[in-house]
Design a binder for this molecule. Sequence first.
Ligand code: 3HB
Length: 325
Amino acid sequence: LFLLTSCSSGAKDSASSGDASSDGKAYTFKLAHITPPSHMWHKAAEKFKEELSKRSDGRIELEIYPSSQLGSEADMMQQIESGSVDFGFITAAYTSSRSPSFAAWFAPYAFEDLEAAHKERQSEPAKKILATLDEQGITGLDYLFAGQRVMLFKDKDVQKPEDMKGLKLRVTPSPPMQDFYKSTGASTEGLPLPEVYSAVQTGVIDGMDMDLDAAITNKYYEVAKYGAVTNHMVWPAVAMVNKKTFEGMSEEDQKIVRESLEAAADYAVETRSGQEEEFKKELADNGMKIYDIDPELFKPYIEEFDKKYGPTDPLIQEFIDSVRK
Ligand code: 3HB
């Protein structure tokens, strides 16, 4: 955090004393995330920047560091904790390794569509899950979504969960996601995104858990023939900020931050929802067989997930109860 100017004492804008008025401070914040500039999360970061500047009359500026320029998500979260980076959009998958209740978001087939997940982010359980970051010196502010998770297979036409038995699949190193796949009899490799293309190309893995967004940006259609658009899990990024930095801002500026993020989250979901058909077509045009699998076939695996993860954490149970009602 760089404090550029300050007109704090006797500030000109204290007309309504006692109110949540701005203290007139100017900020240039840093925001880090792992995705490339073409990804929805980066576009959401740009929207956040634009809204911050507009709503604060240029007092609140944002520098965005995409593509893991500042390191892995583990590095970034450590930097946010220490305050050398202010904001992050960090995958809920990684966040769940630091704060286990975020695993609730990986309850399989919990949402009808992206909009339903977007709505659930404002539920009490979702907010309580964000608040678990407090004890790490981080304020969890909101959730941003990219496309839901799908399954890509190198050369096996997987039509039902049982067809995955014995396949080696890349699944993000997040226990709830990996457990879901393991329950079908697949084995999992926790490869980070940059290693996935060559792993599937060389046959080290037989397929992957992915989203359509990253399937296109990484050209996985060149190395995988089959794409089951299961949309079986959502893929949230957790918008977070150093707690001290956030609490040091005036109430009005905190409100500007929250409202700017909300505008960015709305923008991301509206835009991404409208791209589903276009993304499927783009993959099909590039030679992939794109198809659905009936979610009913996954019912036993869904039940197994809920039974295993609900009892691990009261917040996960509360979240599951809220989404399965
Ligand atoms: C991933 O599958 O690891 C991934 C996908 C995204 C964004 C970030 C990571 O769309």
